[in-house]
Design a protein around this ligand. Structure first.
Ligand SMILES: *[C@@H]1O[C@H](CO)[C@@H](O)[C@H](O)[C@H]1NC(C)=O
Ligand SMILES: *[C@@H]1O[C@H](CO)[C@@H](O)[C@H](O)[C@H]1NC(C)=O
Ligand SMILES: *[C@@H]1O[C@H](CO)[C@@H](O)[C@H](O)[C@H]1NC(C)=O
Length: 620
């Protein structure tokens, strides 16, 4: 069924159709735009509580203009689009994640566990090809069904990994031959995650886990998240849980979690800091995450301390068979190394129950000066600026940071900051709210452009029910140059069921602390390097001004586009907003990597253009 839709696409975009065909198609596109323009805006009205009519009328005009632009660009680009399209990579690259080639790392001289770390300089691959989907790949089920059931052909998992899974956060089962089901909280099968979450809430002195937000817990870093089941439950409580785990060639926790439509990225506790600022998370959670905390002079635990906010919690669940102390196996003596260490970093044991321990980081930065001798030293001031995979340190970070605010003292409404809090970030409230306003209208514009209407004469896919796409088709979104996280905020306001990975480029304004304080998922990234994720993990990539920003840098644009193609799901969307020149260039690359691409003139007198692209579902 799906293929007939793609066939329609290829009629328009595939092998060059004769000109009269093209005209015929255009006429029908135009006609359909005229007919459906009104019905689609009705759909939007019903989806959004506040309707802004002028945007919609403006947008209907834009769509018409788009169809005209299309004809012009089509003829202009006949030359450009003859450029060679890139070939597909071999089957062995179906799950290719650059920077994590263990044999290349070993060959490059990394050892003692460092070979499992991220080394982009070692395994730089020069072969330019498009990572293809596995043979049995299917478009994921829509949210929220896709949270609980995924296609087994979409992820790489061995039979043994399947059978050996069983810890609370890792439970899964084969539903039918081609589907994997995760025990869901509201499903028939009881998986214990809900109980566990309640237990943690009670240990924190809350009446139940719906109070996490009131207790100031907005963002949780879930280390070694299993397959994201704890995070899935937290998301249902409006708590943002970001899963990180090491690169795994098969049975990857990060790949499966993302496949379920939950926030995740590859992140290691080996020798480097995580690409997050100090004081980022209200809770760090590790349930049998396999990290031996007292190894490496406790630098791994100091990294947890660095990213924890004042008053934040470290939740450790560890069964006796998997002790987190390296040499001790008796349950009581297991606690000893942590008992000795935690006062040195001003953590107190808040509660202990069964195999779960909760420590709380101090809210009082004076605690550090009043510690006894032999305590862990404080890092030099200025240490915690822009941590991008810096080596782990054996000192305590963040104590002099302006953002040192106890988690319970933050403004009460989630995903909002008051003027005083914005000023701590050096952001003028006026700037911030103006930016948000721009993104509110931009999002509506994008959303209306993301209907297949602009690429095909089909308003929706055969078999699809109303409402029109992209309703619920988009779940995992990446804002490649997130600035203040305005797109994320607009998505939330519009109650779209998406989550956004807000990426702050290394050389852009450092707004990542602000994004994390808003309770959004965010990460620092150098776009001259591959992003730490598996192929086919995002439904929508958005980049505002990124291309012009990067054009002054050393890296290749073609490599950036290939990387975007790698992490984008088949039939996923790309929205680029940039200056005319950058967009024209982007359009050329898009053609080479086989995306359907359309330039949209926003008609507001600026030299900004949009490039809206869709990645095809290549089946061969
Ligand atoms: C990993 O590195 C080895 C040695 O350099 C190379 O032969 C192999 O092709 C690489 N694997 C991938 C998936 O790039
Ligand atoms: C946080 O709030 C508590 C009680 O509301 C108050 O006593 C304390 O001084 C506040 N701390 C800071 C750092 O603002
Ligand atoms: C036109 O719209 C773009 C995208 O929303 C925006 O960045 C730009 O500032 C606008 N230009 C003017 C002159 O309003």
């Amino acid at each position: 069924m799906r293929s007939s839709w793609s066939n329609k696409l290829s009629l328009i975009f595939g092998p060059r159709p004769p000109l009269n065909w093209l005209l015929l198609c255009l006429v029908s596109v135009l006609a359909l735009i005229a007919v459906l323009g009104s019905s689609s805006s009705n759909t939007f009205d019903s989806l959004t509580p506040v309707s802004v009519p002028d945007i919609y009328t403006n947008y209907r005009r834009l769509k018409e203009q788009a169809a005209v632009d299309y004809l012009e660009l089509r003829s202009l680009s006949l030359g450009a689009s003859r450029q060679r399209e890139l070939g597909l990579c071999g089957r062995e690259r179906e799950n290719y994640v650059p920077c994590y080639n263990v044999s290349a790392n070993l060959f490059g001289g990394f050892k003692d566990g460092e070979e499992f770390d991220r080394h982009c300089e070692v395994s730089r691959n020069r072969e330019r090809c498009l990572v293809r989907p596995p043979k049995d790949y299917k478009i994921p089920l829509r949210w929220p069904a896709g949270r609980d059931v995924i296609w087994s052909g979409n992820v790489k998992i061995t039979k043994d990994q399947f059978l050996s899974s069983g810890s609370m956060t890792k439970r899964l089962m084969l539903l039918e031959e081609n589907q994997i089901a995760f025990h869901s909280e509201d499903g028939l099968i009881f998986d214990g995650v809900k109980d566990y979450s309640l237990q943690i809430a009670k240990m924190l002195g809350l009446s139940d886990d719906s109070q996490f937000l009131q207790a100031g817990v907005q963002t949780v870093l879930d280390i070694g998240c299993g397959f994201g089941s704890f995070g899935a439950h937290l998301v249902s409580l409006n708590v943002m849980a970001i899963c990180i785990a090491a690169y795994e060639a098969t049975g990857s926790q990060v790949q499966l979690t993302l496949e379920r439509g939950l926030p995740a990225m590859i992140g290691n506790f080996i020798t480097r800091q995580l690409p997050y600022p100090a004081l980022s998370f209200e809770m760090v959670h590790c349930a049998q995450c396999g990290i031996v905390w007292d190894k490496k002079d406790w630098t791994l635990l100091l990294e947890v301390d660095r990213v924890l906010k004042p008053g934040g919690y470290f939740v450790l669940t560890s069964s006796t068979s998997q002790p987190y102390g390296s040499s001790l196996s008796m349950k009581n003596s297991m606690l000893t190394p942590m008992e000795e260490m935690t006062p040195k970093i001003c953590w107190t044991l808040k509660a202990q129950q069964y195999e779960t321990f909760i420590w709380q980081k101090t809210v009082d930065s004076d605690c550090y000066t009043s510690r006894k001798q032999g305590a862990i030293p404080l890092c030099n001031e200025g240490h915690d600026v822009r941590s991008y995979y810096k080596p782990l340190v054996s000192c305590i970070s963040g104590t002099t940071n302006k953002r040192w605010t106890p988690i319970r003292n933050r403004s009460s409404s989630p995903h909002q900051l008051n003027s005083a809090e914005l000023e701590i970030h050096g952001v003028q409230p006026d700037d911030f709210f103006e930016d948000l306003q721009i993104w509110r209208s931009a999002l509506r514009n994008y959303w209306s452009l993301l209907t297949p209407l602009i690429f095909s004469d089909h308003p929706k896919r055969p078999g699809d029910e109303d409402p029109l796409p992209p309703f619920n088709m988009i779940r995992n979104v990446m804002d490649m140059s997130a600035h203040y996280g305005g797109l994320n905020a607009a998505f939330l306001e519009e109650r779209k069921s998406v989550w956004v990975m807000n990426v702050v480029p290394v050389n852009a304004l450092y707004t990542l602390p602000l994004i994390l304080d808003l309770g959004f998922a965010g990460v620092l990234h150098d776009w001259c390097e591959p992003f730490p994720t598996y192929p086919r993990t995002y439904d929508l990539l958005h980049a505002n001004g990124l291309l012009s920003h990067l054009s002054s840098e050393r890296c290749s644009m073609m490599d950036l586009f290939l990387e975007m193609d790698r992490i984008l799901r088949p039939e996923g969307w790309v929205v680029l907003c940039d200056k005319v020149g950058a967009i024209e260039m982007a359009r050329m690359f898009a053609t080479q990597i086989r995306w359907e691409a359309r330039v949209i003139d926003l008609q507001n007198g600026s030299d900004q253009r949009l490039l809206v692209c869709q990645k095809p579902f290549v089946k061969k």
